[in-house]
Every structure is written in structure tokens, then in C-alpha cells.
Ligand binder design. Structure first.
Ligand code: FES
Length: 317
């Protein structure tokens, strides 16, 4: 996605401890492209960084007056969170991409569990609103290190009432135990967004659930241990180029090294921008974009993180 929509920061407000909500409006006052719940935008910052943020107010409209996103303070920030928390002011001109949804709700899911951890509440809040609008039977389990850290808590209480279950780690003596709670599949699907340990626990707790009934969005891609990374030959068929992808570099790094300018955004395997068609090779998928079925097809890959398990990878590029 290219961040080519000019926007202005119309409002900045705190919606929880260490969480800022931004309201972005088109710089020329035009309506913005709409999106369904779970969608995100790329936000291009003046410091050159491009970051992905879920749209809190996307519930399926054709157009939107503004985009609302929320950004948590992250002490380990690679520059996006810190810049927004320390430098961003109302009136700042920015650029965003059109929305893209890699975390879409399936309309056939009529009994839905939503699971949010920390700042992962942003797409989940949009989903809760969409469920309420569409008459979907929804329950939301929201967790955070402490209750004041959970963004949109009052709004969620007003929206869901008894169907909101809050878990504050500091009050409960640790994270939510998902194994017991999810032993029986009482919902058509669970949609979850939160930190990696929570999503790993969800994966383990729902291993026996029906295929396709566990959907999640991660903040960060997987890291493959250096010892498991092997070099391989990369062939870019249409460009007529080939090179070796070293163990320390990505396919995208290697493409750039030989002069191929390929679109990318997150470089973490979570946004889907760098998807490339595969002609040949055994792909090791390390992204969080493709579904298990799409991975098994071996027809496409995210070149920023995924690699080749064999000696040769041929892309239709
Ligand atoms: S650049 Fe985002 S998935 Fe590769």
C-alpha cells in the first residue's frame, strides 16, 4: 500500500494510561475511503517511518469522515510510538494509505468471542461495534496489565454491558487462563488481537477447535533463529535476475540489493504489502498474513520475512 492520502491530525486525546487516540481527517475536507472492522491503515510519519494502525471506527461504511487510531506508548518502540507520543500535535500534516483488511470478520460467524490484550483492543473495539450493529451474538474478553491501561473501557462497558469481561493482570495475579475457559467451543469463532504470549496461549488452548474458527492479528512478525536460516538461490524470473539470499538477509533485502524496487511497509510479515507470486520452491512461511490454506498452496509469500526451505526459490517478478 502506498500512503498517498493527505490527512491532518484533527484531535489527540488520551484514552487510557499511555494510550493516545488520534483523529485524522482528509487535508482537503474530502470523505475518506471506508473500511470494515479489522482494517488498518499505513501511517507515514515525518521521521520517515511507516507504521500500521487498526481503525477503531471502521464498521463497514463506504466512506468515513475521519480515521480514528490509537497508539500505545512502547518503551521498545522502533520510532513510531515514541514519535507520536512525544512530537505529534493537532494540525500536523501526515499521509495515510487507503484501508486494508487482513483481519476481516466472516459474515457466517453469528456467535463470536472477541479477545483483546492491551492495545490489541483497537481492532476488537471496531469489531464489537460492527457486531452490535449487525445483531451478532458477541462476548468480549479484554485484558490489560491494569484496568487504567485498557483503552476505550468506558465505551466498551456502554456498548456491551454484561457481555464485556475485564481481566486486569495486577488484580488477578497474572494473565487470563485461556486453557480452561476455551476447553469447549461455545462460539462460531474467536477473533483476537494482543501480545504474542496471549495469542500463543490462544493457539494452544484452541488447537481442538474447528478449522477456520480462530482468527488473530499480531503486532509483530515471528523471528526465525539465526541457526535455522540457510542461504538459497533466488531467481526473479521476469526481471531475468538471480542472486544468493544470505542467511542474515531477507528475500526483500536481496531483491533491493540487485536493484529491484519492490513495495513494502512493515518488514515484519504483518501488513501484506510485500506479497510476491511464487513459481517454484519450498516456501517457509513466517508471516501472519496468509491463512494455513494459502500457505499450503505455496503460490505466494511475504518476501520481507518468509524464506525458502530448499536450495532455490523462483518468483514471478
Ligand atoms: S512488508 Fe509487511 S508483510 Fe512484508
Amino acid at each position: 500500500m502506498s500512503a498517498d492520502v493527505p490527512v491532518t491530525v484533527a484531535a489527540v486525546r488520551a484514552v487510557a494510561r499511555d494510550v493516545l487516540a488520534l483523529e485524522l481527517r482528509h487535508a482537503n475536507g474530502q470523505p475518506l475511503p471506508g473500511a470494515s472492522a479489522g482494517a488498518h491503515i499505513d501511517l507515514a510519519l515525518p521521521n520517515g517511518l511507516v507504521r500500521q494502525y487498526s481503525l477503531v471506527n471502521a464498521t463497514g461504511q463506504a466512506t468515513m469522515d475521519c480515521y480514528q487510531v490509537a497508539v500505545g506508548w512502547d518503551a521498545n518502540s522502533r520510532g513510531g510510538s515514541v514519535w507520536i507520543h512525544e512530537k505529534l500535535k493537532v494540525g500536523q500534516a501526515l499521509r495515510v494509505s487507503a484501508p486494508r483488511n487482513l483481519f476481516e470478520m466472516a459474515p457466517e460467524h453469528r456467535r463470536v468471542l472477541l479477545l483483546a490484550g492491551g492495545i490489541g483492543v483497537t481492532p476488537i473495539y471496531a469489531m464489537a461495534k460492527a457486531c452490535a450493529q449487525q445483531g451478532v451474538d458477541v462476548e468480549l474478553w479484554a485484558s490489560a496489565r491494569s484496568a487504567p491501561r485498557l483503552a476505550y473501557l468506558e465505551e466498551l462497558k456502554a456498548l456491551l454491558g454484561q457481555r464485556l469481561h475485564l481481566h486486569a493482570d495486577d488484580e488477578q495475579g497474572g494473565p487470563m487462563n485461556l486453557t480452561e475457559r476455551l476447553a469447549t467451543q461455545r462460539w462460531d469463532a474467536v477473533y483476537a488481537c494482543g501480545p504474542a504470549p496471549m495469542l500463543d496461549a490462544l493457539t494452544a488452548a484452541t488447537a481442538h477447535w474447528a478449522p477456520g474458527s480462530v482468527r488473530m492479528e499480531r503486532f509483530k512478525g515471528a523471528e526465525q533463529p539465526a541457526s535455522e536460516r540457510q542461504p538459497f538461490e533466488l531467481v526473479l524470473q521476469r526481471a531475468g535476475l538471480s542472486t544468493t539470499v544470505d542467511a542474515h538477509e531477507s528475500v526483500l533485502d536481496a531483491m533491493e540489493r540487485v536493484g529491484v524496487d519492490f513495495p513494502w511497509s512493515c518488514r515484519e510479515g504483518i501488513c501484506g504489502t510485500c506479497e510476491a507470486p511464487v513459481l517454484e520452491g519450498e516456501v517457509q512461511h513466517l508471516d501472519y498474513v496468509l491463512s494455513p490454506e494459502e500457505r499450503a498452496e505455496q503460490r505466494r509469500m511475504m518476501v520481507c520475512v518468509s524464506r525458502c526451505g530448499g536450495g532455490r526459490l523462483v518468483l514471478d517478478i
